[in-house]
Design a protein around this ligand. Structure first.
Ligand SMILES: [Fe+2]
Ligand SMILES: [Fe+2]
Length: 175
C-alpha cells in the first residue's frame, strides 16, 4: 500500500477537524435543548454529537493505518444562540450539507490520486451523509408542519428521543 499523497493527507486531517467541530456544535445544540422542555431533541443532538466523534475517529485510525501523521487544529466555539427547535434543525442540515461537500472534495482527491483505500473509506461516508441528511430533512418537514403547536412539538420531541432506533435500522454497516 502506497503512502498518502500530500493533498489527501491534508484533506483527511482537515476532515478530522470538521467532524470534531460538528460534534462540538451538536453538543451545543443538545445543551440548548436541555434548557427547554424538549428533552427528546436534546437526546437526538447528543446522539449526533457522539456519532460525529466516531466519524472523526474513523479518519484518525485510517491515517494511522496508512502510516500518516495525525494533525490537530483548533476548534472554534460553537453557536448556542438559537430561537426555535426548527432553527436548530435547519442549522444541523446546513452543517451536514457542508460536510457532504467536504466528503465530495475528498473523494475527488482520492480519485485524482487513484487512492482506492481512501475511496473505500469515503464510500461509507457518502452513504452515511445520505442517511443523516434524510433524517434531518424529515424532522424539519415535520417541525414546519406543527409550527408553534406545543402538542405537536411534544409529539416530535418524544419521537426524537429514539433517533438511534429509527436511524439504526437503515444506517450503513459499521455505524
Ligand atoms: Fe460526520
Ligand atoms: Fe453528520
Amino acid at each position: 500500500m502506497s503512502s498518502l499523497a500530500p493533498e489527501l493527507h491534508a484533506l483527511l486531517n482537515a476532515q478530522i477537524n470538521k467532524e470534531m467541530a460538528a460534534s462540538y456544535s451538536y453538543l451545543a445544540m443538545s445543551a440548548w435543548f436541555e434548557e427547554t422542555p424538549y428533552g427528546g431533541f436534546a437526546q437526538w443532538m447528543l446522539a449526533q454529537s457522539q456519532e460525529e466523534t466516531t466519524h472523526a475517529m474513523k479518519f484518525y485510525h485510517f491515517l494511522i493505518d496508512r502510516g500518516s501523521q495525525v494533525e490537530f487544529d483548533a476548534i472554534s466555539a460553537p453557536n448556542r444562540d438559537y430561537s426555535s427547535a426548527l432553527e436548530v434543525f435547519e442549522t444541523s442540515l446546513e452543517q451536514e450539507v457542508e460536510v457532504t461537500a467536504s466528503i465530495h472534495r475528498l473523494y475527488d482527491a482520492a480519485e485524482t490520486h487513484r487512492d482506492h483505500e481512501s475511496k473505500n473509506l469515503l464510500n461509507w461516508f457518502l452513504d452515511e451523509e445520505v442517511e443523516e441528511e434524510k433524517a434531518v430533512q424529515k424532522m424539519i418537514d415535520r417541525l414546519k408542519l406543527v409550527g408553534d403547536n406545543p402538542v405537536g412539538l411534544l409529539q416530535l420531541d418524544q419521537e426524537a428521543a429514539l433517533p438511534k432506533l429509527l436511524i439504526a435500522t437503515n444506517a450503513p454497516e459499521g455505524n
